[in-house]
Design a protein around this ligand. Structure first.
Ligand code: SF4
Length: 252
């Protein structure tokens, strides 16, 4: 039963049944918290539902899927995410990513919810410290990537945005913020800071972005900053649709 937002309805109901019938609370809550993090645990958790009702129109048994998804989420969602124990310390600000930030960036990616990982999905399904060192930090050293973070006064990172492929003809841009900052304008602030750097410091002529088509907030953010949709494609790995977007940077 395809869900346009990518909610894995069968997997959620399977976990909900395991909880109700067998009482496997710890293991199913852990597995639910990791939805979207692994190819074998793919699809969004129930809080990714955008209430479109498509699944209910197609359901031959007239199951109130949205209501049951909400009940399943209530039962399966951990109050505290297993990786998400750090508090925001003092004020938040935006700064350039430094080589010394490896551990903080690793903590940031480890604490993201499955849905944020799925929407942002910067490097792979799962981010390890080695992957960060071999990927973005190596590219920072080589001058092929420019990155900024939202940081607090305790040295924690709460958002990461970057422009990669600086040496290529198609540099691309991505921004992700922690679930605790959603709806507070920090994604926009980080994106604007990156685009300003792209214009002033990096002197780029155009910049690309790939956005999950169901991530309406991300698509709107890009549109409001001058990105236009240049194409749409289906990612065969995760079965989800992505918009290819591009912004031309005007020079004075
Ligand atoms: S109502 Fe929710 S679960 Fe059903 S198709 Fe729409 S987004 Fe997916």
């Amino acid at each position: 039963m395809p869900c346009p937002a990518g909610v894995n309805i069968p997997a959620i109901f399977e976990r909900y049944n395991q909880l109700r019938v067998y009482g496997l609370k710890d293991s199913v809550q852990q597995s639910y918290a990791e939805m979207g993090r692994w190819p074998g645990n793919s699809g969004l958790a129930a809080d990714g539902c955008i209430q479109c009702g498509v699944c209910e129109k197609k359901c031959p048994q007239n199951i109130p899927i949205r209501k049951q998804l909400a009940e399943a989420h209530e039962a399966l969602n951990l109050q505290t995410k297993p990786y998400d124990t750090t508090e925001i310390s003092g004020q938040l600000g935006i700064e350039k990513l430094q080589q010394r930030d490896v551990a903080a960036l690793y903590r940031f990616y480890s604490s993201l919810s499955g849905n944020i990982i799925r929407a942002h999905r910067p490097y792979s399904w799962w981010v390890s410290a080695k992957l960060l060192l071999d990927g973005p930090f190596e590219r920072l050293s080589a001058g092929d990537e420019y990155a900024m973070v939202i940081g607090d006064q305790g040295g924690n990172i709460w958002g990461h945005g970057f422009v990669e492929g600086l040496g290529s003809k198609k540099p691309s841009f991505a921004v992700g913020v922690h679930q605790r900052l959603l709806g507070r304008g920090w994604g926009r602030k980080l994106a604007q800071a990156l685009l300003k750097a792209a214009e002033d410091e990096l002197e780029l002529e155009q910049i690309d972005a790939k956005v999950l088509a169901s991530n309406t907030a991300g698509v709107e953010l890009c549109r409001s900053m001058g990105f236009q949709v240049t194409g749409e494609y289906l990612d065969k790995d995760d079965g989800l649709s992505y918009l290819q977007m591009q912004k031309t940077i005007a020079r004075q």
